[in-house]
Write a protein that binds this ligand. Sequence first.
Ligand code: C2E
Ligand code: CA
Ligand code: CA
Ligand code: CA
Length: 275
Amino acid sequence: RAAGRGTWSIYHPEMSQMAAYRHWVEAELYGALQRDELSLHYQPKVLAATGETIGYEALLRWNHHQKGSIPPSEFIPVAEQCGLIQQIGDFVLRRVCEDLGKLPDHITVSANVSAAQFNRDGFVANLGRLLTETETRPERLEIEVTETLLIRNLAEVRRIMNGLRELGISLAIDDFGTGYSNLSTLSELRFNTLKIDKSFVDRLTESDDSASAMVASIVGMARSIDAGVVAEGVETQEQFTLLKAAGCTVMQGYLFGKPMPLSAIKARAGEARAT
Ligand code: C2E
Ligand code: CA
Ligand code: CA
Ligand code: CA
């Protein structure tokens, strides 16, 4: 009993099950790319003032030929660990650019980019080529990165971000408020958008002043660095009202629309124009 209770042991049955599952995911992910099982869903971002859809976030979906749908929370970390995130990331950015060509020109799309993908040599140059090749206006593309990126090599991050900005792509910081970045780092890196993490939105109710104060402080921070604010995971009318009052101008969440395939959002856009 040298290893006490709560200590991870490689013989723990749950852990070996987890390891086996990760192993299975990794093996199947190679095939997923070949079998064309990956696709993108798009979730609307709406203007709080008018309800108008101004853009979408691209979210990866995996429909395994036997197991059916496997959520990104289960396969993205595995892909990051085994290096497949590079190929998967390339697939996502290419598909987003192709799909932008099928959407109205004022619509923007944001894509999630993992730290390993962002830090890979040639990321900016490859993206530049992709934009040219697909004839994508760079202003229509936004890249979402998480704060974990910023605790690594700041000089390197700054260099890549400057490169992306030179291309004309905008940059969003995802899940904002969950990490450690300070105002000076944020303003130095000149993010275009802060995305308020769902965990803050979840806590927003009339009776909880601390969550509202947190949102108000993020909105204030965004203003001071001249960035926009997007609230994610908005599910209720009450959250919407409180966020709007706190100065949040763009919202995303099930209240406005779930992530949907491209065909569904094209149909919606058509409807909106027809009415
Ligand atoms: P994320 O970037 O924070 O994406 C938001 C997640 O919240 C998505 O989960 C979305 O479907 C979900 N969501 C949106 N609105 C609501 C709501 O009102 N209520 C609830 N309960 N959930 C909502 P999803 O699609 O399962 O993605 C999970 C995470 O996987 C993403 O979190 C992102 O970190 C990662 N991910 C997804 N697609 C990609 C990708 O193409 N590349 C990379 N690197 N990561 C991705
Ligand atoms: Ca995101
Ligand atoms: Ca997020
Ligand atoms: Ca999140």
